[in-house]
Design a protein around this ligand. Structure first.
Ligand code: AMP
Length: 399
C-alpha cells in the first residue's frame, strides 16, 4: 500500500471510495453532513496536489435499481459548497457505463466527479469481480476513505483493490486516522486499559467483551445489558431489560474475567423507574434489589463514583454504548458523567476512543466530542474491529 500523505496526485485521477450515506429529510435536505465533512480533507489534498477526484459511494438501501429517492445527485450542491465554489463538481448518473467513463476521462486537474449510487447495482454488495474491475477503470489510483463500510467485502470497498498495484492503492486521511486510533487501542494500549461497554443488548456485545478480556485491565458494563449480568449473579432486577437466554453466557464471561484477572465493574446502584417514559416516577435503588414493576434505566450515583474512579486511573479508554436511556433527561446523568470522566482522564493524558452510534451521539449531545482523543465515524466497522475480526476494507489495501 502507498502512504496517502506522501503520495503526489499530480496529473492522476484518484478513484475515492467515500461514505456519503447521509440522512436526508423529505425535501432532500441533508440533516447531518458529518460523513461528508469528514472526508473533505482527503479530497482537498488530491485536488491541491494537482489531481482530480472521482468519488463513489453507496446511499441508502435501494431494492430494485435506480430510484430518485436514493440518487446521489441530491448531494452535489452541498458537496460543492463544502469544497468551495471555485471547485468544479460534476455528476454522472451512472457509476459505470459510457457517460461515467467519458466524464471521468475529460476530468481536469482540480475537478471532482461524483458517481451515481453504487448500490443501484446488485453486484456492489455481492462483491462482484467484473463490476469491481469496471469501476477500477475509472481511476489511476484507488483511495479508500470509507471506514464505515470497511467491514463489508463489497466491490468498491474491498474487491476493487486487487486491480491496482501496491503503490496505487491507499487509505484516505479519514480511514488512516480511524485505523491508527483503533490499532493504538487494540494493539498498543498503555495500561491500565479500561473498556466501557453499554447499550441495550448483551447479545450484540458478547464478541467484543470476549476479545477485550484478552486485552483490557477493567471492563465497565452499564446500560440495559448490565441487568442480564446482575440477574445471572442472582440479583433481583424487577422489570429491567434482560436477555434470559444469555444468563449462562453472562456467567461464563464473569468467570473468564476472574481467571484472566480482568476486573468487571457492574453498576452497584441504579436509577429505577415505574415505566419506560420520560415522565416516569424515579428512585435510586441497589441494582440487585429492584422491586417488581420497576426497571433500571440509568446507573446510580454510587456506580457513577466507582466507574469515574476506574476511568480516572486509566491510560487507555475505549467507550461503546450509553450507560442508560440518555435520550430522556431523567436517565441521562450516568452517560453524561461518564462522558465527563472520559474527557477529564483524556485531559490528564489518557488516550480515549469513542465508537459506536449511541456513544458518539452521547458525546455530541453533551458537547464533549473535542475533549476525547478520537470519535470514530464507523459504528459497525469499529465494533467488528474490536471483536477481533479482520475488516475486508483494511485487508484489501494492506494486502
Ligand atoms: P445499543 O444500540 O445496543 O448501543 O443501545 C443503545 C440504546 O440502549 C439507547 O437507545 C439507550 O436508550 C438504550 N438503553 C441504555 N440503557 C438502557 C436501559 N437501562 N434500559 C433500556 N434501554 C437502555
Amino acid at each position: 500500500m502507498s502512504n496517502f500523505s506522501n503520495h503526489n496526485f499530480k496529473g492522476e485521477k484518484a478513484l475515492v471510495r467515500v461514505d456519503f450515506n447521509v440522512p436526508l429529510d423529505e425535501n432532500f435536505h441533508i440533516t447531518d453532513d458529518n460523513r461528508m465533512t469528514a472526508t473533505i480533507p482527503t479530497i482537498k489534498k488530491i485536488l491541491n496536489d494537482g489531481g482530480s477526484a472521482i468519488l463513489m459511494s453507496h446511499f441508502g438501501r435501494p431494492k430494485d435499481g435506480p430510484t430518485d429517492k436514493y440518487s446521489l445527485k441530491h448531494l452535489v450542491k452541498h458537496l460543492n459548497e463544502l469544497l468551495g465554489a471555485d471547485t468544479k463538481v460534476f455528476f454522472a448518473n451512472d457509476c459505470i457505463g459510457e457517460q461515467a467513463y467519458l466524464t471521468a476521462s475529460m476530468l481536469r486537474s482540480g475537478e471532482v466527479l461524483l458517481l451515481e449510487n453504487l448500490r443501484f447495482y446488485k453486484e456492489e454488495e455481492k462483491g462482484d469481480e467484473a463490476f469491481a474491475e469496471k469501476l477500477s477503470k475509472l481511476g489511476d489510483v484507488y483511495v479508500n476513505d470509507a471506514f464505515g463500510t470497511a467491514h463489508r467485502a463489497h466491490a468498491s470497498t474491498a474487491v476493487i483493490a486487487k486491480y491496482f498495484e501496491a503503490d496505487k492503492k491507499m487509505f484516505g486521511l479519514l480511514m488512516e486516522s480511524e485505523v491508527k486510533s483503533a490499532e493504538k487501542v487494540l494493539h498498543e494500549s498503555e495500561k491500565p486499559f479500561c473498556a466501557i461497554i453499554g447499550g441495550a443488548k448483551v447479545s450484540d456485545k458478547i464478541l467484543i467483551i470476549e476479545n477485550l478480556l484478552e486485552r483490557a485491565t477493567d471492563i465497565i458494563i452499564g446500560g440495559g445489558m448490565a441487568y442480564t449480568f446482575l440477574k445471572a449473579r442472582g440479583g433481583k432486577i424487577g422489570n429491567s431489560l434482560c436477555e434470559d437466554d444469555r444468563l449462562e453466557t453472562a456467567l461464563e464471561i464473569l468467570e473468564k474475567a476472574k481467571q484472566k484477572n480482568v476486573s468487571i465493574h457492574l453498576p452497584e446502584d441504579s436509577v429505577i423507574a415505574d415505566k419506560f417514559a420520560a415522565d416516569a416516577n424515579t428512585e435510586i435503588c441497589s441494582s440487585d434489589a429492584i422491586p417488581d414493576g420497576w426497571m433500571g434505566l440509568d446507573i446510580g450515583p454510587k456506580a457513577v463514583g466507582v466507574f469515574s474512579e476506574v476511568i480516572n486511573k486509566s491510560k487507555t479508554i475505549l467507550w461503546n454504548g450509553p450507560m442508560g436511556v440518555f435520550e430522556m433527561e431523567k436517565f441521562q446523568n450516568g452517560t453524561k458523567t461518564i462522558a465527563l470522566a472520559v474527557a477529564e482522564s483524556t485531559s490528564n493524558g489518557a488516550f480515549s476512543l469513542v465508537g459506536g452510534g449511541d456513544s458518539v451521539a452521547a458525546v455530541n449531545k453533551f458537547d464533549l466530542a473535542d475533549k476525547v482523543s478520537y470519535v470514530s465515524t464507523g459504528g459497525g466497522a469499529m465494533l467488528e474491529y474490536f471483536e477481533g475480526k479482520v475488516l475486508p476494507g483494511i485487508a484489501a489495501i494492506k494486502g
